[in-house]
Design a binder for this molecule. Structure first.
Ligand code: MV4
Length: 447
C-alpha cells in the first residue's frame, strides 16, 4: 500500500479522497489554486501545495506544476479525481515516466477507450450489443446515406473523440444527414483536433444506465451493479439512482455481465463506468466507457456497502481484489441529488458568491459529500457543483420521501442552487411512475 499520495483535484472529490486515505493510513498531499486558498479540506490533508492561479489551465490542468509538487512532496501516486486530468492519457503516461503511479487505468486503455469508434469495435468483439450503425469511422457522405437508409432514420452522427454529448448531431433524412456530418465533424475538429465521426441509429427517448466496474492488475473484474442517470439537463446529470427502477433481474444480470465483457476485453484496470442506453423495449446498447471514478459513485457505495475510492487505492497499489462477484450484493435504493450553485431563473447560469448560511440535512439514511461550510465563497472558476446529497432507504418510495425531507432541511443562502429543481422532479408524477427518459427535464419541467 502507498504511504503517501497526491490529490490532483479540488472540492468535494478532493475531500472524498482525503477521507479514504485517512482511513487507510495513507498520507495526503493536496494541490490547490489561489482561488481555493482557505478551503477547509486543505487543513485535513497532511500537506497542501499551491500550484498556481485560479485559471484551470494554470493550476489543476498544469501538468508540470502538478508533477513538480509530486516530486517535491515525494509521493508514490497521484489520484486525479474526476474532470481535469482524470481522462488525460498523456498525463497518465508522464506519471509513469516519472515513476509515479497514476491511480486509474493504464494510459493505453485510456487512449483506446477515449476513441469511441475503437471502444464500439471492442464492445462488438466482446459480443456486447452496440447501437446499430457504422462499422468504424464514416468518411463518405454517400456511404453514410446508404447506411442511414438501411438502418432507418433518425440517425445520430457522433465524434470519435467526443463523449458526454459533445459533437453529436441527429439527422432525420438524407439532406439533414449531409448537414449533420459536416457540422459534427467541424465541431469535433475544433474541439478535439480530430474530426473523425461515426454513425448510429438514434435511440428515441432512451434511459441512461451505467454499470460500475473495478478491475485489479491480475485481471480480476467485478461489477457493482448499475446506476440510472436519466435525469439530466444538457448532459449535466442532476439526479442519479441505483438500482435502475425499470430493470428486471434478468436484464440487470445481462447488462452487468456485458459491462464486464467490455472491461475484460480491454484488459482494463482500476475503476470504470460502462455506459448503456436502454430503449422503451428494455433493450440495452453499449455507448461508451468512462475511465475514471464518477461524481455519482456514492449511490453505488450506498447500495453495495463498498468504498470505491479505497478500492481504487488498493488496486493501484498492486493488491488484488479478494472478493468474488457473489460477495457484491445490493440492498435498498440510493438516490443522489447534485446541489449546484446555479440560477434556474437565469437558465442555470453559475451563481457564485459567499455562503452566509449553510445548514446540512441529517438523520436516518442521509449522506452529504461537500467541501462547503458557512462563510465559504463559491468562486466562478470551476464546476458549479457544491454538494452531493445522497439518501439510502429500503425502497424507492422511502428514498424519495427521505430525499424530499433532506432537501427541505438543506439551507444554502443567499446563492441560488438546484435544490428547488430537485424538489420539483422528486414530486413529479412521471418521476414517481418511472416514466422518464433523458429528455425529461427539457420536455416536462419548467424550473
Ligand atoms: C445516443 C442517444 C440516442 N441514440 N446515441 C449523449 C451523451 C453521450 N454519452 C451519448 N448520448 C446519447 N447518445 C444514440 N445512438 C442519445 C444520447 C443522449 C443522452 C444520453 C445519455 C444521457 C443523456 C442524453 C441526452 C441526450 C442525448
Amino acid at each position: 500500500m502507498f504511504s503517501k499520495i497526491l490529490i490532483a483535484n479540488r472540492g468535494e472529490i478532493a475531500l472524498r479522497i482525503i477521507r479514504a486515505c485517512r482511513e487507510l493510513g495513507i498520507g495526503t498531499v493536496v494541490v490547490y489554486s489561489e482561488a481555493d486558498k482557505g478551503s477547509y479540506y486543505l487543513e485535513l490533508a497532511d500537506e497542501a501545495i499551491c500550484i498556481g492561479p485560479a485559471k484551470p489551465a494554470l493550476s489543476y490542468l498544469n501538468i508540470p506544476a502538478i508533477i513538480s509538487a509530486a516530486e517535491v512532496a515525494d509521493v508514490e501516486a497521484i489520484h486525479p479525481g474526476y474532470g481535469f486530468l482524470a481522462e488525460n492519457a498523456h498525463f497518465a503516461e508522464i506519471c509513469r515516466d516519472c515513476g509515479i503511479v497514476f491511480i486509474g487505468p493504464r494510459p493505453e486503455s485510456m487512449k483506446m477507450l477515449g476513441d469511441k469508434v475503437a471502444a464500439r469495435k471492442l464492445a462488438k468483439e466482446a459480443h456486447v450489443p452496440v447501437v446499430p450503425g457504422s462499422e468504424g469511422q464514416i468518411k463518405d457522405e454517400n456511404e453514410a446515406i446508404k447506411l442511414a437508409n438501411k438502418i432507418g432514420y433518425p440517425v445520430i452522427v457522433k465524434a470519435a473523440a467526443g463523449g458526454g454529448g459533445r459533437g453529436m448531431r441527429v439527422a432525420h433524412n438524407d439532406i439533414t444527414l449531409r448537414n449533420a456530418m459536416a457540422t459534427a465533424s467541424a465541431e469535433a475538429e475544433a474541439a478535439f483536433k480530430d474530426g473523425t465521426i461515426y454513425l448510429e441509429k438514434y435511440i428515441v427517448e432512451p434511459r441512461h444506465v451505467e454499470v460500475q466496474v473495478m478491475a485489479d492488475k491480475a485481471g480480476n473484474t467485478l461489477h457493482f451493479f448499475e446506476r440510472d442517470c436519466s435525469i439530466q439537463r444538457r448532459h449535466q446529470k442532476l439526479i442519479e439512482e441505483s438500482p435502475c427502477p425499470v430493470l428486471d433481474e434478468h436484464t440487470r444480470e445481462e447488462l452487468c455481465k456485458a459491462a464486464l465483457k467490455v472491461i475484460k476485453e480491454a484488459k482494463y484496470e482500476n475503476a470504470a463506468t460502462v455506459e448503456f442506453l436502454l430503449d422503451k423495449n428494455k433493450n440495452f446498447y453499449f455507448i461508451e466507457v468512462n475511465t475514471r471514478i464518477q461524481v455519482e459513485h456514492p449511490v453505488t457505495e450506498m447500495v453495495t456497502g463498498r468504498d470505491l475510492i479505497k478500492m481504487q487505492l488498493t488496486v493501484a497499489g498492486g493488491q488484488n481484489i479478494n472478493l468474488k462477484q457473489r460477495d457484491i450484493t445490493h440492498t435498498g435504493v440510493a438516490i443522489e441529488c447534485r446541489i449546484n450553485a446555479e440560477d434556474p431563473a437565469r437558465n442555470f447560469a453559475p451563481n457564485p458568491g459567499k455562503i452566509e448560511r449553510f445548514i446540512l440535512p441529517g438523520g436516518m439514511g442521509v449522506r452529504v459529500d461537500t467541501h462547503i461550510f458557512q462563510g465559504a465563497t463559491v468562486t466562478p472558476y470551476y464546476d458549479s457543483m457544491i454538494a452531493k446529497l445522497i439518501v439510502h432507504r429500503p425502497t424507492r418510495d422511502e428514498a424519495i420521501t427521505t430525499m424530499k425531507r433532506a432537501l427541505r432541511e438543506f439551507k444554502i443562502e443567499p446563492i441560488k442552487t438546484t435544490i428547488p429543481a430537485c424538489e420539483k422532479i422528486l414530486s413529479h408524477s412521471m418521476y414517481l411512475q418511472n416514466k422518464v427518459d433523458t429528455s425529461f427535464i427539457e420536455q416536462h419541467l419548467t424550473l
